[in-house]
Ligand binder design. Structure first.
Ligand code: BGC
Length: 348
């Protein structure tokens, strides 16, 4: 694996790693925020383009509040009122999104320098990134040892394996926050991309983007992507849910017929022929249409306007401790947290 120094953060070395994904595709990863910095995917003519949004420099990632490509933790998405109760104890967290806690807080996993190790696996070389999060960090209980392994599917895709253990009961909800644009980053809006979500239900939110606790059928709503539809076709329909999210920014319930990895989403970009498929072991997927991008200066002089990238974040449902009928994000002391997500690329 090719690796080179990118800079230093918190006095520690930050590197870039290039992982060959097969089929002419490759990913560039860093140990700052355990982030995916670039993903070069070939189109139907064999031309590679970088299909994820991000920054050219490490400083971009240090200052970023958009979570480009990073590993989010300890808890992806929102925790209402910036606190939760576990084992009868109340844990107070930073309120970094109005009154709520978002993406693990300002000093979450996205801002940490992880310990990198290039390992060899049956699927070839892989990048293992480790982070030790001490009890009380960002307000969360438990000393947590986290591991993210990026590897190749061998067929053009990026596989992400998450593992963690804690010495106390805690909550954990790890995801990757890559923003994709299959036309290439900086190549306009993603409204013409066609999306399929293998999900029959979604979890509506209140005006602060916190799930209300309802699990609602997508039938007859702009949230119905069971049959493929352009992302932009219904995004501005007049309804509270789209108003609250300023577009799509919701959790869908992955249709799961068996345990293990299952297909949660597929995105096709007709012009380039590029296709992205998302497979996961998680119960939920946040589809977010970059509604809060506001002219961000990105890679290679690109400017990211609203809706110039989309995220498909595999996860436990947002604020799930507050809703007992949502899948539990609790990681018990001594148990092993283990999840996998695959971003598979192809072209037609
Ligand atoms: C959230 C958005 C948030 C964004 C931050 C998404 O996962 O759902 O509400 O603005 O991350 O970049």
């Amino acid at each position: 694996m090719e690796r080179k120094t990118w800079g230093t953060a918190s006095g520690r070395q930050v590197e870039l790693f290039t992982l060959d994904l097969g089929q002419g595709n490759r990913a560039v990863l860093t140990n700052f925020g355990a982030a995916l910095v670039s993903l070069y995917a070939v189109d139907s003519r064999g031309t590679a383009a970088d299909v994820v949004l991000g920054y050219d420099s490490l400083e971009g990632y240090e200052q970023c509040d958009k979570y480009f490509g990073v590993t989010v933790g300890r808890y992806a998405n929102r925790i209402g009122g910036a606190q939760f109760t576990l084992g009868g104890k109340v844990y107070k967290l930073a309120a970094n999104d109005g009154q709520n806690h978002l993406h693990g807080g300002p000093g979450g996993f996205a801002k940490r320098v992880w310990e990198p190790e290039v390992i060899s696996t049956a699927a070839g070389e892989a990048l293992k990134l480790r982070y030790f999060s001490p009890a009380g960090e960002e307000g969360y209980p438990g000393n947590v040892q986290v591991e993210v392994v990026y590897s190749s599917t061998g067929t053009g895709g990026l596989r992400i394996d998450y593992a963690a253990t804690s010495d106390e009961d805690t909550v954990l909800n790890l995801t990757n926050h890559a923003y994709f644009n299959l036309a290439g980053q900086g190549q306009g809006l993603i409204l013409d991309h066609e999306l399929t979500l293998y999900a029959d239900y979604f979890t509506p939110t209140d005006a602060e983007s916190l799930p209300t606790g309802e699990i609602v059928s997508v039938a007859g709503t702009p949230f119905d992507f069971r049959a493929k539809a352009p992302i932009g076709a219904r995004i501005d329909e007049d309804c509270d849910q789209l108003r609250f999210g300023k577009g799509y920014d919701h959790n869908w319930v992955v249709r799961r017929t068996e345990p293990g990895l299952c297909l949660a989403a597929r995105v096709e970009h007709a012009e380039s022929g590029r296709i992205l498929e998302v497979l996961t072991t998680k119960p939920g997927i946040q589809f977010y249409t970059g509604n809060y991008l506001d002219g961000v200066q990105g890679k290679g002089g690109a400017v990211y306007e609203r809706r110039s990238g989309f995220c498909l974040e595999t996860q436990y449902f947002p604020n799930s401790l507050r809703h007992g009928h949502f899948p539990s994000p609790i990681l018990r002391a001594g148990e092993r947290y283990q999840h996998t997500t695959i971003y598979q690329f192809s072209s037609k």
